[in-house]
Design a protein around this ligand. Structure first.
Ligand code: NAD
Length: 480
């Protein structure tokens, strides 16, 4: 049995309470690790360590801070296999996915922000003979980073790396459901020689450890990724304390597939955008709108692809679908499948729990599921399911599909499939989505702003946006 520890003041330490929580392997349903059940006292120690480390860390030249971050990136790359295996064990995702997406992207986050901070220039505003204004961007101080379970190390590092690069010190909490790679990261930070207290990782529940982070008066900003309800609660708690907030929340993303698209590519990519990580990526497209003239051919090819998505042990290379993250989450997704039937949907594929033989007999597996015939405004088409469940709906006009696509409270991401350049841009600009992909999906460039409109969040991560978030602008005006 693994015993994870907190990472506070450069040391691996047990929780003050001495209490631990059980962590379950979703593919087997068995407890495989104990994680610290931390609370306000652990967070207070972490904040103290971060405050003590801050003056020296902010004074360190960006190049030297960057060198340490690049070193962490190299160590993540060195340990690719071990980290991918750990991520799969903790989350249920196929090892192959963690190996090619989660862990390489976690390394890229550190490598990118390790160098980006050196290119972070500030503005000057010059009025000849009158005045020179220049902007200084001060690191905020101690900041809190809180992340979800679906892409554990990837999203954890997406927050930590820019905060550290900007010169902040961090108190971070990974999801209590998937804490393992965050613990391995703390070991790598020690090996990399990150100064004590610059990064502190506190494990535990949202209600105890998370709540203590958002309430702590010395924490100047909260960068949070997770559910919309939790985001609402964080905003209610932290906004009256005038903390800066970056909230990356839920989604209900549409795919708009026009008749002039490259059908084979639209089908292949829609399969990935529907079912990667068992549909548990905030950017997954769960509402697939297809122009009526190609609806039947799209449906036939899509269902053929779904039939090839083998559900199985995430450690086996042939498995395309692993386990859902927990029994509770599996039950939530099954409820939505039942709702799909009640709302009049026709089940085209899946819909059932899967029992994988052998070591995975008690795991949380579900068939990839496809419905058609559901109204665009029914609950299954409006609410976030966050599992391997998608709906197919034919449309007739651009106006109609835009109305449907924009008809939810979310606005995170969308994909458009067309060869018509004018339409691609026109439709993209009319979508209420923070991220629009045209003829692709999940293509990342770390310099771009990342985040959602409407109830999908507040603020943007990525590139200079993230460095701006973790700094405070100060204008200095010099009379000439
Ligand atoms: P969640 O909101 O339940 O938990 C996220 C994190 O918040 C966890 O670390 C949890 O412990 C913590 N938390 C819970 N209550 C808290 C509190 N009172 N104070 C402080 N922290 C608290 O979300 P989840 O179930 O882990 O993740 C799934 C959700 O995340 C989905 O809605 C998904 O769309 C969203 N998500 C969004 C993005 C994005 O970039 N927009 C990316 C991935 C996931």
């Amino acid at each position: 049995m693994l015993h994870l520890q907190n990472y506070i003041g450069g040391q691996l330490v047990p929780p003050v309470s001495g209490q631990y929580l059980a962590s379950v392997e979703p593919a087997t349903g068995q407890v495989f690790a104990q994680i610290p059940d931390s609370g306000a006292e652990d967070v207070a120690q972490a904040v103290q360590a971060a405050e003590a480390a801050f003056p020296a860390w902010r004074r360190l030249p960006a190049e030297e801070r960057g060198r340490l971050l690049v070193r962490i990136a190299e160590l993540i790359e060195r340990d690719l296999d071990r980290l991918a295996y750990a991520e799969s064990q903790d989350n249920g995702k196929p090892v192959s996915l963690a190996r090619t997406v989660d862990i390489p992207r976690a390394a890229s986050n550190f490598a990118f922000f390790g160098t980006a901070a050196q290119h972070f220039a500030s503005e000057t505003h010059f009025q000849e003979g009158v005045a020179l204004n220049y902007t200084v961007r001060h690191p905020l101080g101690v900041v809190g980073c809180i992340s979800p379970w679906n892409l554990p190390l990837y999203l954890f590092t997406w927050k930590i790396a820019p905060a550290l690069a900007a010169g902040c010190c961090v108190v971070a909490k990974p999801s209590e459901i998937t804490p393992y790679t965050a613990f391995l990261l703390s070991e790598l930070c020690i090996e990399a020689g990150l100064p004590a207290g610059v990064l502190n990782i506190v494990h535990g529940t949202g209600q105890a450890a998370g709540q203590a982070i958002i309430e702590h008066p010395a924490i100047k900003a909260i960068s949070f990724t997770g559910g919309t309800k939790t985001g609402e609660h964080i905003a209610r708690t932290a906004a009256p304390m005038f903390k800066k907030l970056s909230l990356e929340l839920g989604g209900k993303n549409p795919n708009l597939i026009f008749a002039d698209c490259n059908l084979a590519e639209a089908v292949a990519t829609s399969l990935r955008s529907s079912f990667s990580n068992q549909g548990q990526i905030c950017l997954c497209g769960s509402r697939i709108f297809v122009e009526r003239s190609i609806y039947e051919p799209f449906k036939a090819a899509f269902l053929e692809g779904v039939a090839g998505l083998t559900v199985g042990d995430p450690q086996e290379s042939g498995s395309r679908q692993g386990a859902l993250v927990s029994e509770a989450h599996l039950q939530k997704v099954l409820k939505y499948i039942a709702l799909g039937h009640q709302e009049g949907g026709r089940l085209l594929a899946g819909g059932q729990r899967v029992q994988v033989p052998g070591r995975c007999a008690d795991g949380y597996f579900l068939q990839p599921t496809v419905f058609e015939g559901l109204a665009p405004n029914c609950r299954v088409n409006r609410e976030e399911i966050f599992g391997p469940v998608v709906t197919l709906t034919p449309f007739d006009t651009e106006e109609q599909v835009l109305e449907w696509a924009n008809g939810t409270e979310y606005g995170l991401a969308a994909t458009i499939w067309t060869r018509d350049l004018n339409r691609a841009h026109r439709v993209a600009h009319a979508l209420h989505s923070g991220i629009v992909w045209i003829n692709t999906w999940l293509h990342r460039d770390l310099r771009t702003p990342f985040g959602g409109m409407k109830n999908s969040g507040v603020g943007r991560e990525g590139g200079l946006e993230a460095l701006r978030f973790f700094t405070e602008a100060q204008n200095v005006c010099v009379k000439l």
